[in-house]
Design a protein around this ligand. Sequence first.
Ligand code: ATP
Length: 255
Amino acid sequence: MTSLICATDVSVSHADADLPVLSHVDFHIVPAEIVTVVGPNGSGKSTLVRALLGHVALATGRVQRAPALRIGYVPQRVHIERAMPMTVRRFLSLPRRVSDAQASAALERTGVPGLEGRQITALSGGQFQRVLLARALLNDPQLLVLDEPTQGLDQPGIVAFYKLIEEVRAETGVAVLMVSHDLLVVMRASDRVVCLNGHVCCEGTPQVVSAAPAYRAMFGAESQGTLALYQHHHDHDHDHVAEGHSHGPACAHTH
Ligand SMILES: Nc1ncnc2c1ncn2[C@@H]1O[C@H](COP(=O)(O)OP(=O)(O)OP(=O)(O)O)[C@@H](O)[C@H]1O
């Protein structure tokens, strides 16, 4: 299948840094795929996203984007926008004006209907993330790019947000590229995981990555939990714990 974005041998160096932030990274994403980039702080995740979007200069390699690719991008640092006095309705019309009907449908789709008149500053963290997602969806994107979309949310909020992402993908066929620290949840919600530490340490399905020595060395104890989650064969999802399933060795839930 033709990639929406395909990056080959991408390296990025920042002016004041000795070592490249990214070294010889290959990356691609195809339509309707959910790909998550994980890695420690400073491992180059946001830089990779910005390189894929054409926002930073490349030291080596190239990035090809599908012609006229429509991207809905939610950057990591949106707290500045959040500090501005502005209603949700107005925020949804930036940078491109949308009709009341479009704004209302987008809020409905992301599970926060009727918030149009609310001040951005008065939203909870979870509501704000959904408003950001609503705005990113307004352009009918073929690709959503979400840089740490669940920052500041509690665990139920994180689970609910990824569930919403999966629903939106199922409905619209949008591809989703996410950067995340929420290992356990994000691994379940992704088709493919790329584990980054300046270079691609490992990548593949969540099952493959969670068993990879490079991933387990990078995330230590946390990765063990991820692995246990995969050994845990479900006939349920974790929101609704049902009878008749077995638990992996480190499964934490009780019922
Ligand atoms: N504009 C810049 N100028 C100089 N150095 C930068 C710039 N942007 C990022 N860096 C450096 O590049 C490295 C990678 O940063 P990046 O934000 O891509 O990492 P990250 O994996 O997204 O980190 P985090 O998980 O903390 O958000 C860091 O050491 C950072 O300080």
